[in-house]
Write a protein that binds this ligand. Structure first.
Ligand SMILES: NC(=O)c1ccc[n+]([C@@H]2O[C@H](COP(=O)([O-])OP(=O)(O)OC[C@H]3O[C@@H](n4cnc5c(N)ncnc54)[C@H](O)[C@@H]3O)[C@@H](O)[C@H]2O)c1
Ligand SMILES: [Zn+2]
Ligand SMILES: [Zn+2]
Length: 367
């Protein structure tokens, strides 16, 4: 079939919306008609050429939500008409990581996905007969996509897909960082650095875990306002003295749990140093720039602070994204303030501009 898609032709240049060919789903694969897709930093990072593993041409996009339109052979976990969220982090259920409760990093299709191929090493996307690689196994800046069934989470059909697409990346990452990775305990004190979609998700996750204090740090007063809406009990503008301020606000010790959701390695260091001696846990969710390293004074670790990273919030997508969506539908989460702009596919580059201007939290493309 022919679909319209936003193609990264050349690093550093705007995406070009055009017709491309999409082959039918092969064994274990699913054709999804997309309804919505969020515009995320990772798309822009790849488009800029800063990602050393990036390639072009490809169809970008990874925060998709849509409806199953056709099934390849052997797919029995989904049916035509199912509502799905796309998973750049799949869940095969069988690999050694899927069988462990300690990680969500499914190994089943990792290598091929990173190279831009579907699990069998080929692509369903093409142009003038030339194969074109997929992006993050998703390529959701398009009217439709073909993905492995293990990378699709079936969600409640009552969920509005224009908002549900946020569970495909940033929102689940933040929620999961608090709920899965850190497993915040009730009554604890948390600090969240960054109030983008990931940080706001972490604030909401701390609230759902019944943290007593949730301190959110950002550079933007507008974003801190949104953080209060998600459950932050205290907010502050970040700066060089943020650690001192947090230590002072927490009786001289620091917080039980800290979260970094900025991608800035200096802030990561602040998050480590704001964690409490004895048991403070710092969870790093931000993606640092190429070659950057995180400086930690070893004394902070010896005195009982711990640091861990979190990819997609430790969320096992097929099992847990539907659960998170259900919590939203039950009224535990308010996503309305998070979608700031609704765009058409032709306006995809505007989505990148809005992100650079930090205008709103998420721009969502609707199809
Ligand atoms: N681990 C994962 O699986 C995963 C998934 C999605 C995104 N990410 C990463 O998470 C990070 C956050 O993503 P996002 O979409 O929320 O980004 P965002 O840019 O919307 O939000 C980042 C926020 O950090 C704030 N900030 C910047 N410098 C700061 C400072 N010095 N002190 C306090 N706040 C500061 C900004 O004002 C902004 O509000 C990015 O690095 C992104 O690449 C990771
Ligand atoms: Zn993303
Ligand atoms: Zn697996």
């Amino acid at each position: 079939m022919r679909i319209r898609a936003a193609v990264l032709e050349e690093f550093g240049s705007p995406l070009v919306v055009q017709q491309v060919d999409l082959a039918p789903p092969g064994p274990g694969e699913v054709l999804v008609r997309l309804k919505a897709c969020g515009v995320c930093h990772t798309d822009m990072y790849t488009a800029s050429g800063a990602d050393p593993s990036g390639y072009a041409p490809t169809v970008l996009g990874h925060e998709g939500a849509g409806v199953v339109e056709a099934l390849g052979d052997g797919v029995d976990s989904l049916a035509v008409g199912d509502h799905v969220v796309t998973l750049f982090s799949p869940q095969c259920g069988e690999c050694v990581h899927c069988r462990s409760s300690k990680t969500n990093l499914c190994l089943a299709i990792r290598e091929q996905q990173n190279l831009g191929y579907l699990p069998d090493g080929t692509t369903r996307l093409s142009r003038d007969g030339e194969p074109m690689r997929h992006f993050m196994g998703t390529s959701t800046f398009a009217e439709a996509t073909v993905m492995p069934a293990i990378a699709l989470a079936k969600i409640n059909p009552d969920a509005d897909l224009e908002k549900a697409c946020m569970f495909a990346c940033g929102l689940s990452t933040g929620l999961g960082a608090a709920m899965n990775t850190a497993k915040v305990e009730a009554g604890s004190t948390c600090v969240v650095f960054g109030a983008g979609l990931v940080g706001l998700g972490a604030v909401a996750g701390c609230r759902l875990q019944r943290a007593e204090r949730i301190i959110c740090v950002d550079l933007s007063e507008g974003r801190l306002e949104l953080a209060r809406g998600q459950g932050a009990t205290e907010t502050m503008i970040g700066g060089d003295d943020t650690v001192e301020q947090i230590v002072e606000m927490t009786g001289g010790f620091g917080a039980d749990y800290t979260f970094e959701a900025t991608g800035n390695v200096k802030v990561m260091r602040q998050a480590v140093e704001s964690a409490r001696m004895g048991w403070g846990l710092c969870t790093v969710a931000g993606v640092a720039g190429r070659g950057e390293t995180l400086d930690i004074i070893p004394r902070f670790l010896i005195t009982g602070r711990r640091v861990c990273g979190s990819s997609f919030g430790g969320v096992k997508g097929r099992d847990q994204v539907p659960q998170l969506v259900d919590r939203w539908l039950a009224g535990d989460l308010d996503l309305d303030p998070l979608v700031s702009h609704t765009l058409t596919l032709d306006e995809v580059n505007r989505g990148f501009e809005l992100m650079e201007e930090q205008a709103g939290i998420r721009s969502v493309i609707t199809y």
